[in-house]
Design a protein around this ligand. Structure first.
Ligand code: URA
Length: 243
C-alpha cells in the first residue's frame, strides 16, 4: 500500500505516524485521538411479552423486552439497565464484544465509553460508519467492576445473541477481544493465533474474524498496527463475501 494511504488509515485509527528520514520505517508509537460521534439509533421500548417465551421464537420487540426483563443470572441485581445492542438491523457486518462497561451500563448502549470511541475510529479507518454495522455483546448486563464474564453468565445470555444474529443475518461477524473470540469459537486458543483468518463459529453459520478488543488497544497502543491489519482484512473479507 502507498505510504500516504497507509498513513491516512493509521491516523484515522488514532495511530501517530512518525516517518523516518529514509521514509521506509514503520510507525513507532500509537496514541488515541478524539472520537467519532456518529448518530446511532437507540432501541425503543416495546410492548410487554411473557418472560417465558423462547428467545428463538421472538421478534425484535419481543426480544428487546425479554432482555430488559431478564433475571436469568445474578447480574440483573447490579445492573443499571440492560445493554441490548445498537445499529442497523440488516447490517452485513456485526461486531461482538464481551460485556457492557460502566458507561454502557449508564447509557444502555454498547461501546459508548473510551473503548467505543476507539472502535468508532477503527471503523472509520476502513470507511465504515458505526451506524452501518450492528454492535452487541456476549453479555447484556455489566459484570460488577468490569470483571470477566463467568461461563454460566455467558451460557445464560447466549440465546439472546443467537436470536440477534438470526434476525440480523449478518454476512460477517467480528469478535472483539479474547473473551468474545474464545466464547464464540468455543476454543481456548490465544487471540494472536486466531487473527487474520475466517473461522466458522460452531453456533452461528456465519464467517467470523477475530481482532483485538479496543479496551486492550487503549492499554497496549503498540498493537494498534496489528489491529489496523485486522481491519483491512475484515474489510477485504467483507467485500469478497458481498461480491
Ligand atoms: N467492552 C465491551 O466488550 N463491550 C462494551 O459494550 C463496552 C466495553
Amino acid at each position: 500500500m502507498a505510504n500516504t494511504k497507509q498513513q491516512t488509515y493509521l491516523t484515522a485509527m488514532g495511530v501517530d505516524v512518525y516517518v523516518s528520514r529514509d521514509l521506509s520505517a514503520a510507525p513507532l508509537r500509537a496514541a488515541t485521538t478524539s472520537a467519532d460521534t456518529a448518530l446511532i439509533t437507540v432501541t425503543p421500548v416495546p410492548a410487554k411479552v411473557p418472560m417465558s417465551a423462547e428467545p428463538a421464537n421472538l421478534d425484535w420487540d419481543g426480544l428487546i423486552q425479554q432482555v430488559q426483563q431478564c433475571t436469568l443470572c445474578d447480574l440483573h441485581a447490579t445492573r443499571t439497565q440492560t445493554v441490548f445492542g445498537v445499529g442497523r438491523r440488516n447490517a452485513s457486518l456485526m461486531f461482538i464484544g464481551e460485556a457492557p462497561g460502566a458507561e454502557e451500563d449508564r447509557q444502555g448502549e454498547p461501546f459508548v465509553g473510551p473503548a467505543g470511541l476507539l472502535l468508532n475510529e477503527m471503523l472509520r479507518a476502513i470507511n465504515i460508519q458505526r451506524a452501518d454495522v450492528y454492535i452487541a455483546n456476549i453479555l447484556k448486563c455489566r459484570p460488577p467492576g468490569n470483571r470477566d464474564p463467568k461461563l454460566e453468565e455467558a451460557a445464560q445470555c447466549v440465546a439472546y445473541l443467537q436470536r440477534q444474529i438470526a434476525l440480523i443475518q449478518p454476512k460477517l461477524l467480528v469478535a472483539l477481544g479474547r473473551i468474545a473470540a474464545q466464547r464464540l469459537l468455543q476454543t481456548d486458543i490465544a487471540l494472536a493465533r486466531l487473527r487474520l483468518k475466517q473461522h466458522q463459529s460452531p453456533e452461528f453459520n456465519v464467517p467470523l474474524i477475530v481482532t483485538y478488543h479496543p479496551a486492550y488497544l487503549l492499554r497496549t497502543p503498540q498493537d494498534k498496527r496489528k489491529a489496523w491489519e485486522d481491519m483491512l482484512y475484515i474489510n477485504k473479507s467483507l467485500q469478497e463475501i458481498l461480491n
